[in-house]
Write a protein that binds this ligand. Structure first.
Ligand SMILES: [Mg+2]
Length: 457
């Protein structure tokens, strides 16, 4: 498609705004000003980027999903050249960006960068050698980027820490803010990703459903179809992909390198081995070292979390789009439609296939709880972890919920526990809560938590 033919096919102008929307035949919509001009340079660039993206991704014969969720921008001379890297990435499920877009482009690909450019890199800009793409393609596996980083990102990170005047406070706050910001941004991104896939439902293909053929016609309980899917210590699992030598060791993800370094750094994620020492997420690193002096710390890998999260959602979307994204590593999946369409009764078999595919692609374990509703499914996940799946059918709900601690109910925090204690004395389990009239509980907690309680009693 040449430059001029891009705007051949105008839609109806929108008279109220004086803005014209034009569309490349079956391509992206471009917003123009009253006289067909671009309102400003930003709009011009957006339109140009959209058009280039369309050109890059149309007429591509897709070969695999290897680079799904990954977008690259090639900076300067590379071997192989940019055109070939573009072809490889796009043919294998990734995106090629003609312009680097902060927050959108996953990796900058380069063989060399000027020192001035290196010095001015923002921490989100990850520069990777093209060998990463070639070797990943050759092995048919998305390899860890660390050995291919052009810049020593981790060292840069530590330098930032060292240059802070008061590392224990300002650096901690900086990283804590970054972490929380990233986690909430990722959750939102995944919600938007699913919404985008749903908007293209007509053409969406559930390509992985073919893996469920053997389950067609299977028998099973038809009361539990809601699956709560949650990755096991997600950040740790991703960290271990780069450091398989640390598998089985008590380790945590934090920006701190040692207890003497920044004792007030928070732990973002801890391995099951670390949990055996009573180490928990959110704990200060100095306290964790007191519990386990051999504790190993790994740094954050923000961009790896983003790429892996998108791959996780992409895998599940190949089975169904009845997905409710909760966070970067946690979602609810309603399997009722899928099971009905494919005549499957064995829901556990479906969940097993999904978890297997997640592990095969991400090399991270996912656990799943299955139940008649989201609350029971989520509670069932606790029984499933680590690396398992657990189902509670309608007839089992009552027995299942009785021994569950009230404090473990989602949405029940300190304030609710305090209210229960004030009203009924020291109650510990749902069984004790069942002795209270539903209407009394609803009056105490309002309708939202009351509705949850109604499921329990
Ligand atoms: Mg998780």
């Amino acid at each position: 498609m040449d430059e001029n033919s891009a705007f051949d096919d105008p839609d109806e102008p929108s008279t109220s705004t004086g803005i014209t929307r034009k569309r490349v035949s079956d391509g992206p919509e471009i917003v123009l000003g009253e006289k067909g001009e671009f309102p400003n340079f930003g709009h011009y660039m957006d339109a140009k980027v959209q058009k280039l993206m369309h050109q890059v991704h149309s007429n591509v014969t897709k070969k695999s999903d290897l680079f799904n969720g990954i977008s690259i921008f090639v900076n300067g001379y590379t071997l192989p050249p940019a055109a070939e890297l573009k072809k490889i990435v796009v043919e294998n499920g990734g995106e090629y960006h003609h312009y680097y877009k902060l927050g959108r482009t996953t990796y900058m690909i380069a063989m060399n960068l000027a020192k001035s450019k290196l010095d001015s890199l923002r921490k989100e800009e990850i520069v990777v050698h093209p060998k990463w793409i070639m070797n990943s393609l050759q092995q048919g596996l998305l390899l860890p980027i660390h050995p291919y980083l052009l810049t020593k990102q981790l060292e840069l990170t530590q330098n930032v820490l060292r240059t802070h005047a008061n590392p224990e406070t300002s650096a901690s706050r900086f990283y804590e803010r970054s972490r929380l910001h990233l986690i909430s941004t990722l959750a939102q991104e995944m919600k938007e990703y699913i919404a985008e896939l749903r908007s293209k439902m007509d053409t969406h293909e559930f390509v992985s459903r073919s893996k469920l053929c053997h389950l067609s016609g299977s028998k099973g309980d038809h009361s539990a179809f809601i699956c709560h899917l949650d990755m096991d210590c997600f950040f740790v699992s991703i960290g271990l992909r780069m450091r398989p030598d640390l598998v089985g060791k008590p380790l945590v993800i934090t920006h701190s390198r040692s207890a003497s370094d920044h004792g007030k750094a928070e732990i973002a994620s801890c391995s099951y081995e670390a949990r055996k020492f009573n180490i928990k997420n959110g704990m200060w690193i100095s306290d964790a070292y007191n519990l386990c002096p051999d504790l190993v710390c790994l740094p954050y890998q923000f961009e790896e979390y983003r790429a892996s999260s998108k791959r996780l959602y992409s895998i599940v979307s190949k089975y169904t789009l009845d997905i409710k994204a909760v966070s970067c590593d946690e979602m609810y999946v309603d399997l009722s439609g899928l099971c009905e369409e494919l005549q499957i009764g064995d829901v556990m078999g479906v969940v097993n296939e999904i978890r297997k595919e997640i592990f095969d692609e991400l090399n991270c374990n996912a656990s799943a709880g299955i139940g008649p509703n989201m609350l029971i499914a989520r509670l069932a996940t606790k029984k499933a972890k680590p690396n398992g799946q657990f189902m509670v059918t309608s007839s089992e709900v009552s027995n299942f919920i009785r021994p569950v601690a009230i404090k473990d109910l989602p949405g029940v925090g300190y304030s609710s526990l305090h209210k229960i204690k004030e009203a009924f004395g020291n109650m510990m389990t749902c069984e004790e809560l069942q002795s209270v009239f539903c209407s009394t509980l609803q009056a105490l907690f309002g309708t939202k938590l009351g509705a949850k309680v109604e499921i329990i009693v």
